[in-house]
Design a protein around this ligand. Sequence first.
Ligand code: PMP
Length: 436
Amino acid sequence: MSLTHGPLTHQFFERAKEVLPYGVSSNMRYWDGGGSPVVASARGGYIYDFDGRRYIDYRLAFGPIILGHADPGINQRVAEAIQNGISFASTHELEVRAAERIVALCPSVDMVRLVNSGSEATMHALRLARGYTGRDIILKFEGSYHGAHDQVLWSTAEGDRAQVGERQRPTGSKQSKGLPDVLRSLIQLCPWNDVEVLGDILQERGEQIAGIIIEPILGNSAAIMPRPGFLEFVREQCDQYGIVLIFDEVKTGFRIAPGGAGEYFNIAADLSTFAKALGNGFPVAAIGGKKEIMLNLIWGKVMQAGTYCGNMVAAAAADATLERIQNGEVFPQIEKVGRMLMDGIAEILTRHGLPHFVHGTPGMFGYCLLETRPYDWRDLMEADWDTQAKIMSHMVNNGIMCENGPEPFFLCAAHSEADAAETLEKFEDAIKSVER
Ligand code: PMP
């Protein structure tokens, strides 16, 4: 991806590079084709750089912004809450209120623990699955990302296609130096959406597996949707082998529907992890699940801890954001604008004779340039990502902030139909520039 900075933005990013490795606080934010995105301020569906350039933002912090940047109502509730203190080492009312709302919205969640990030949520969920079952192995699917901790940095969307082995016998591709090789024995990979390979793996070692962690929509791989019956099959197999089913709803939670994927697909996971849209950008996350499993989080059983877990900022942001979602004011707008974009992108690509697929839901969708429909990350890697990078680079240099590669577009309630129309116009310009 190649973003050309204006003079002030360039100057600022040079300063950032002096003290932040590569100018960023997370590897995910670094673009190696040119300047990385830089923000001076943000409001609603827009971000602004240091040269005053406005971008319609579809990265939305990789998903958390569900209402809009700097939503005045949420910010005010947080500001009011912190007048009464911030962190306590004690239970307080707002964390209970936030948990009550999560339980009310998510059909399979009886109880909740608040944590600080998606990675923290999945890390604890895996330990809880292991502690509850007394087994060690975790099954994860290729092309999914579950956070930055050692247990799950295997065969993510950035995986090396040459390292993942045969479809029937997948081997883990390490996503980072520094992952101890011994961890390989604790993780079983599986291609997404493939009931045959999953069934075979479980037949062989289902009784050794503590948990299956799954993104119900492949949010880190262009939002590929599950085939009809796939998630149901995963649920049945977990029941058959006594495996804890963990829905990683860090991206889908409170984004694809008020009750996330649990509601959208009507499937009850045993545990679910939430973050992102839960707090409209404030750092808050949660692990939720069945009471019988969650009650293992106690001294002598399974450890879950964190100094900042459930702090006032996080709890107030979650309480206020979920209240807005419960009021029903968020989804109609996202559905309308997101659908306009999904349909518009498909229509433009068809008109220009580019074979493609658009996948996902209006709140979170991706597209790829490919002749046959992708059902998993292996298929997706066959798409024409070089052309897509040129299209997306043209977009970002013309005021549409989006991602190249398999990270999806995210919508928020502040995006308007006018934003979608402008985006589609720029998308068509980008296609024309690639055709030239
Ligand atoms: N799970 C999923 C599905 C994610 O998409 C992400 C982040 N992109 C994470 C977990 C990790 O969340 P965090 O970055 O808050 O640690």
